[in-house]
Design a protein around this ligand. Sequence first.
Ligand code: ADP
Ligand code: MG
Length: 636
Amino acid sequence: MSRQTPVGIDLGTTFSTAAWVDESGRTEIVRNAEGELLTPSAVMFADEELVVGKEARSATTIHPEMVAEWVKRDMGLPYYSRPIHGRKLPPEVIQACILRKLKGDIVRELGRVDRVVITVPAYFDEPRRKGTADAGEMAGLKVLDIVNEPTAAALSFGETLGYLTPGAEPKEEMTLLVYDLGGGTFDVTLLRLSPGKIQTIATDGDVMLGGHDWDLRLVDYVARRFKRLHKRDPREDPVIINRALAAAIDAKHALSARGRTIMHIEVAGQTVEVPITRGQFEEMTADLLERTTYTTRQLLAAAKMEWKDVSRVLLVGGSTRMPMVGEMLRNLSGMEPDHTVNADEAVARGAALYAAYLLDKESGDEARAGLSITNVNSHSLGVEGIDPETLRKKNVVLIPRNTPLPAKFTERFVTRSENQRSIAVQIIEGESSMPDECTAIGRTVIRDLPKGLPKNWPIEVTFEYAENGRLTVKAVAPGTHQGATLDMERSVGISREGMTRWKQPIDEAAGFDAFESMIQEVMEPSADDHDEPTTPEAIRAMQADFSGPVSGPSRPGGWTPFVAGPRSPEPEPETSPEQDDESLVADGTHRVKSVARPSFPRWVGLIGHVIAALLGLALGYMILCRLRPESFPFPW
Ligand code: ADP
Ligand code: MG
């Protein structure tokens, strides 16, 4: 069998890149059909065909109803936040369209594509990782693995410095801080690099911060100048916004190289020339940069480290080309940021190196078999439990954030009632102590518990988180000789069958009609099941938690997990009229509300109603007496 070519894909928020490893072990970047190394992550669903890349990006503001951009920010949600042709599309499907374009470019360059590694931000949670792997599959790619972007960047760095070369002379251990500022997202990660070994220490970031926010500040600046001169806001016209945005990006890039530039903006034959200096640009965006400074400081604090413990600061992502970034990090860390890796390409190259490592390992080639990669989990994982004291829902964290992987933790719970026959465990991800503020990622149910178990029977829930970020949950009732049935239900995502169906329009790069019929066939029957927020505000609210404070979870014992009463083998629908209090327990939401409600005997309520009615009568009588005293025999 001929050698499989290792391929890595950086599926970025703004740009995507593919790289491969040649026979000699060197990484190369795949050039796209347009002759460029970076492909804009934009998809245009035109009537006749699917267009991905530069052309789609140019059409963004002219045909916003057709173009999807920044889709990576919406991964993990059931639908992309902006409707396309008025219809809701799953983000995985749109990401698959980008991957399909990259696949075409890889095949053009290499003749074929075997298996690929795709990168994701370290802060991506489980549904978003799985969604990315699903997107690869829908694009017709065989996904070897998903790897974290900072790990890929560190691999690229390690390879350049000879840390990954088997048999090279021993090198000392280094602590790397990878500062990645792309177009739409920011993340920062601490890693430990030693020969043949990469270990993530901690990670943090901001999913709503990137180079695009810097562009928008420049757009606002020229728009205000234009308005002052021509009494008209150019931002009212989408075509003009598009032009202003393009001018802003050019100006921003120019200001990375020079101290001043001129932005031109033309509206209905009137042109304004707006000169701008680097100093002005830095001043108008200082708060954006400050947000990255804050997150970087938070990360060091979370890892209980100081700058003296950091050996190198690696700059990754196109926006780190802005001189203000290097300067800020120089002042903050007291060291010169490292430019060893190419900010645009390091992630894709590292992913290709990881693919090479996995393929070599699989084929029994010992050359790279010594490489070891350790990740941490970027969000706390737990289950929705009930505080026995307050009877309120509580996030019982099993694997706290930034725990090295693989990790395995077991927590003990108890049943809530006598003769309980099944237990439902809701798995959640997030830092908040309130489950409603976390992301529900799945549910597992133990059924067929033996009859007659007393109340407070122990239930052990074990979370096993593998290196690749996959989670296995086991729930057992010790002492019951009955094999517990385990069902893992993913809360979001496309079914296997749905994925197979989506493949066709994606593969054919078909016009929107083909996608629309697929929406009707695959999505709509279950659309009501996913009544999740799709407005940008709601999404922001959902995604805000990952940049929140790192809180140490408290784990007092004796929590009651989802405890279901006797139930049929198949879960009953939530709205089933015959559900009693116990079966509502399995769902969580209703149960807690009903349990937490203060319960008075029924007659207390009845007496209350009678007293209220008498008081009402007396009051009415008094008012009438005041108004027409002559009609009433009473003296007051
Ligand atoms: P992502 O990981 O989000 O896909 P990239 O790492 O490709 O993003 O970075 C894209 C961002 O980098 C864009 O906002 C782009 O304008 C910005 N960028 C690229 N080159 C420069 C430069 N020379 N100066 C300033 N910003 C740049
Ligand atoms: Mg990136």
